[in-house]
Design a protein around this ligand. Sequence first.
Ligand SMILES: NC(=O)C1=CN([C@@H]2O[C@H](COP(=O)(O)OP(=O)(O)OC[C@H]3O[C@@H](n4cnc5c(N)ncnc54)[C@H](O)[C@@H]3O)[C@@H](O)[C@H]2O)C=CC1
Ligand SMILES: O=C(O)C(=O)COP(=O)(O)O
Length: 527
Amino acid sequence: MTKPKVLISDKMDPNAAKIFEERGCDVDVITGETPEELKARIGEYDGLAIRSSTKVTSEILDAATNLKVIGRAGIGVDNVDIPYASGKGVVVMNTPFGNSITTAEHAIAMMFALARQIPAANTRTQAGEWPKNDFMGVEVTGKTLGLIGAGNIGSIVAARALGLRMKVVAYDPFLTEERAIEMGVEKADLDTLLSRADFITLHTPLTDETRNILSRENLAKTKPGVRIVNCARGGLIDEAALADALDSGQVAGAALDVFQTEPAKESPLFGKSNFICTPHLGASTTEAQVNVALQVAEQMADYLVNGGVTNALNMPSLSAEEAPKLKPYMTLAENLGSLVGQLAHGNLTKISIEREGAAAELSGKPIEGAVLAGLMRQYSDTVNMVNAPFLAKERGLDIRSVRHEKEGTYNTLIRVTVGTEQGDRSVAGTLFGTDAPRLVEMFGVGIEAELAGDMLYIVNLDAPGFIGRIGTLLGENGINIGTFHLGRRQAGGEAVLLLSVDAPIPQDVVKQACALEGVKVVMPLAF
Ligand SMILES: NC(=O)C1=CN([C@@H]2O[C@H](COP(=O)(O)OP(=O)(O)OC[C@H]3O[C@@H](n4cnc5c(N)ncnc54)[C@H](O)[C@@H]3O)[C@@H](O)[C@H]2O)C=CC1
Ligand SMILES: O=C(O)C(=O)COP(=O)(O)O
């Protein structure tokens, strides 16, 4: 097997490259390339490891013809076009906790730097001025911290602020009352927070809802003399409005680690005496960089080498231990999806995926992804488990997943039922032993078959002589039959015939088979 190839395109702790190599990947570290250079190179790689500098746009993804996984050594993934990556079947992972303490500490450091004007005092002291009378600070003890975003980083900032004897008011639409009590913070709406906070720190991702959350209008609602810290994402604050608010004194000080446009080479904020900034250093500590580098390399290598999925933003998790156990189920699931997809001719409105017995104990999402991948392969060659659920939803397919803990006839079973214009159609399969996927039921008829290669599906009226006639027809056309599987509901009723053949069946042979007496359906299948 050729080794997966990974490109590290942003500055990353050397532990990342080491882990990739140890885990069986070839790795190149090439940082600081232009988008054109990256576009020209990316086609060679199975994995791309990044921080915030590399912008993974749709153009880059179009050129990334072999790419399977993007790993973000850090938290924010706004530099990756995730919907586009999902559409291309590329898994996007991040390391959601590795740098959160470090970033929370940076926010607290910025808050103190603002409260005591440390950067300006330092500059002027070192210039020989000794400006002791120019820097009157404020205490943080007893002050109110307004926390916008109370997730991983926000809650660490809250804990540190409580330790500093501050009061914490949090605005986060997803924060429950119980969690707020557990964190020791007061849950508030945004306007209340703005009117009460002496310090505001931001800890949300940049989304359509959070963009410009500190707009000109909202800055005007703040308590006069507020100090604002943003170590989350540029774009959360209207920078021009913030510059005006600093000039008017409405905002007494602002500290930004992140800017709307990065690298920020110019800004209306630069040069203001009550403004502090750092060049996106929130995650830049030795500890955090080792954490995220190790973690991203381990996660990506797991996926590329073993199929394990951790911390993916566009796919359910799957541990490296569970991945090998799931492998035969994934083949079964994909084949069942493919079978119903081929038989239903695309007229599908809904699909239900049932797991019974041992299959019910396994993660449902990967099995669901594999069924949908098999199903959606009728429409697109580039479909895989990552993009199949998105494509299925795009087509308006109603997807249901059901688990039955109790075993039925088989100790493990996957059943796929699709809703078509002609009514519901169901197929089911099991594993023989631990790793041999088998179809065991098709449209209510018991039939045992391995779904592989080229096959022919026939429904006919059960009558003597038919099997001989179909065998003769295929033989006369030079088609060799590999395996032969029969099933029927009752003697003399409808019978199902599933043949595996050594080559695809030509259309004219299909037509001849359709013309045979008693034949109702003839359909070539491929797996
Ligand atoms: N400056 C730096 O170097 C670093 C910046 N960050 C950034 O910090 C931010 C927060 O990271 P985490 O705490 O790990 O993320 P998280 O996902 O744990 O927390 C984000 C919180 O924001 C809340 N939220 C979402 N929409 C909101 C809205 N409209 N209003 C208020 N709250 C809302 C969510 O409910 C969630 O609780 C991210 O944008 C991340 O990219 C992270 C690491 C380093
Ligand atoms: O993890 C994050 O979200 C960060 O913003 C850190 O960015 P960086 O890896 O330092 O470019």
